[in-house]
Design a protein around this ligand. Sequence first.
Ligand code: FAD
Length: 265
Amino acid sequence: MYDLNYHRATSIDDAVAKRAAASDGQFLAGGQTLLPTMKHHLAAPSDLIDLRGIADLSGVKVSDKRVTIGAMTTHAAVAGNAELAKACPALTVLAGGIGDPAVRHQGTIGGSIATNDPAADYPAGLLALGATIHTDKRAIAADEFFTGLFSTALEDGEIITSISFEAPAQCGYAKFPNPASRYAMTGVFAARGADGKVRVAVTGAGADGVFRHQGLEDALSADWSASAVDGVAVSADGLMSDIHCDAAYRANLIKTMARRAVAAA
Ligand SMILES: Cc1cc2nc3c(=O)[nH]c(=O)nc-3n(C[C@H](O)[C@H](O)[C@H](O)COP(=O)(O)OP(=O)(O)OC[C@H]3O[C@@H](n4cnc5c(N)ncnc54)[C@H](O)[C@@H]3O)c2cc1C
């Protein structure tokens, strides 16, 4: 490690002001991505602005069907929330399958989506749920938020404050985890709205990060059953090939995970 300035922010305004005053500052949430990145000398911020002291940023609220999750809510808190388990069980399943207990008790939903790792779980969940990402400046639809590999619509110094969405009528999530890290080699989240329309988002597979799959959405909107996935053509074009598996294998995983997600719903 190297010398840097550490700040503990007391409010959202304080965090934004401290970040603006730093020459090359970064917000610190659970540190599960940022600290390893710094240890490997892939990031060297001048200042860390720790968000963990801001109580307003944590917690899950479920009011009728409206769900709001504070950006600093840990994966373990999402996984263990009983009201959310009733309103949107697949999101608690998703959070409970992230990494290991240490990662789940430190890592946060805001940190996860700000990073937008192409194999992270939350981007698929929030994209399929048609969630809104709230920041200190504006509200951003998930469809516009995830812009590519490790990139988002966030501007420099913009802070995610919460995530909200309308709980769907039914939803399910299934992932094929990397046996070492538990990141998704492929994960599929399927959500069926009250109007019968289905949104399907895929993580871990796309060369440009998380994406929606039109063919699966059309088939499942017409027939919400695991067998409806059988007739959908999933192309390997645009999918990742890496040391874990090639694009054709991931194309097959998308169909298998989609069937499992619908069956779980
Ligand atoms: C061993 C291991 C296994 C893992 N397995 C999985 C897995 O299976 N699935 C999965 O999805 N993830 C996995 N992760 C990643 C984990 O979910 C992290 O929690 C997440 O990527 C980052 O969240 P964090 O709260 O730790 O953010 P940090 O590491 O603190 O921050 C990450 C980045 O986000 C920015 N940031 C943080 N909060 C905000 C905010 N509110 N507004 C704006 N910017 C912000 C920071 O400035 C930084 O640039 C794993 C991590 C590890 C170490």
